[in-house]
Ligand binder design. Structure first.
Ligand SMILES: [Zn+2]
Length: 341
């Protein structure tokens, strides 16, 4: 009914006002990206989410209804093939030629980080001049004889600890965990919407400005929350947090799984277990829906357990999810790493 009416109005030449025009059909890959798109689309229309809360973008099967959404879309927004190659292929096959595709990792101004192979991150920031000063003070407790760390000081640490031959597209895809990237992407999404739907250009620009303020406020809140726990050692479940680590100066010691969430081999598990001891990790962070036994396989009872939710699986999808996700990450880190009475 809605579509028929809009078509009649267009056919009758009554499409002069924005309200009479059909909203752009927008599809987004994961909840944080859907949230940014929903901010830009506020008051205009809904944004279809492909990977629902609780599902992993690292391996996912498209449902027929989602294939239909891709076929109808005017705008397809995704992190890019580094996160979800299956979605890139589906969009290539299904999206209309005139549909606009935004691969966020490719956008100018996006802060990119290389895919990290090592399990243990003693020198995790050694390619980033801004963070060079952090590398010394964060690792006072390391055993200098620890072989896992020996290569890091020569800048080789990322590359020699376990290539598995998979194509990771070279980039760490979890770039939404840096709110500076979210700001760049929100503007790009609003610009793309304005090109598709020029009648509402002012709405999209105003929505982006309002969203920017909320994201910046969430980043400031996260900075304040994390103030007491900078450089306290911790271990994460999968190597998803480097963008957050660098943005908020919270380097992790190790990750149980690679950034593509592939199951760790015995050698990697052993390296992580050792790193938990040598760095005196205070906390090991699981993720929602992950089996606790993976954490129990690397950490004893003396190490605290926390949960980090990089996709917002426990949050309500929509425009408020993104700022809530950044604040929730900081709260989770503070709760597990903070001093206890
Ligand atoms: Zn991931």
């Amino acid at each position: 009914m809605r579509w028929a009416m809009a078509g009649m109005l267009l056919a009758g030449g009554a499409a002069g006002s924005a309200g009479a025009q059909t909203a752009p059909r927008v599809v987004a890959d994961i909840p944080p990206v859907q949230s940014l798109a929903a901010m830009a689309m506020a008051g205009v229309g809904e944004v279809e989410l492909i990977v629902p809360p609780g599902a992993s973008p690292h391996g996912f099967t498209l449902r027929p209804s989602q294939a239909g959404a891709l076929e109808r879309a005017d705008l397809v927004i995704s992190i890019g093939p580094a996160l979800a190659p299956w979605l890139d292929e589906a969009a290539d096959a299904l999206a209309r030629p005139e549909a606009v595709r935004l691969d966020l990792l490719d956008l100018p101004g996006t802060h990119a980080l290389p895919f990290r192979e090592a399990a243990v991150f003693a020198g995790g920031h050694d390619h980033d001049d801004d963070h060079a000063a952090h590398d010394e003070d964060g690792h006072d407790d390391h055993d200098p004889a620890d072989a896992a760390h020996a290569g890091e000081h020569e800048g080789e640490g990322h590359d020699d600890a376990g290539h598995d031959g998979h194509d990771h597209h070279g980039l760490d895809p979890h770039a939404w965990l840096n709110p500076d990237n979210a700001l760049v992407w929100l503007d790009a999404i609003a610009d793309a919407l304005a090109r598709i739907d020029p009648a509402r250009a002012e709405t999209y620009a105003a929505n982006a400005a309002a969203g920017r303020a909320r994201i910046e406020a969430a980043a400031r809140t996260a900075e304040e929350l994390l103030e007491p726990v900078h450089h306290r050692p911790y271990v994460v479940f999968h190597d998803a947090y480097r963008h957050f680590e660098e943005r908020f100066d919270m380097p992790a010691s190790a990750a149980v799984s690679l950034g593509d969430a592939a199951s760790p081999g015995a050698r990697r598990v052993a390296e992580v277990r050792e790193a938990i001891e040598t760095t005196r990790a205070l906390c090991v962070f699981a993720e929602p829906q992950m089996p606790a036994r993976l954490i129990d396989s690397v950490a004893g009872d003396e190490v605290r357990r926390g949960v980090l939710d990089p996709l917002g699986a426990t949050l309500t999808p929509g425009p408020e999810l993104y700022p809530a996700l950044i604040e929730a990450m900081a709260k989770s880190l503070l709760e597990c790493l903070g001093d206890r009475a």
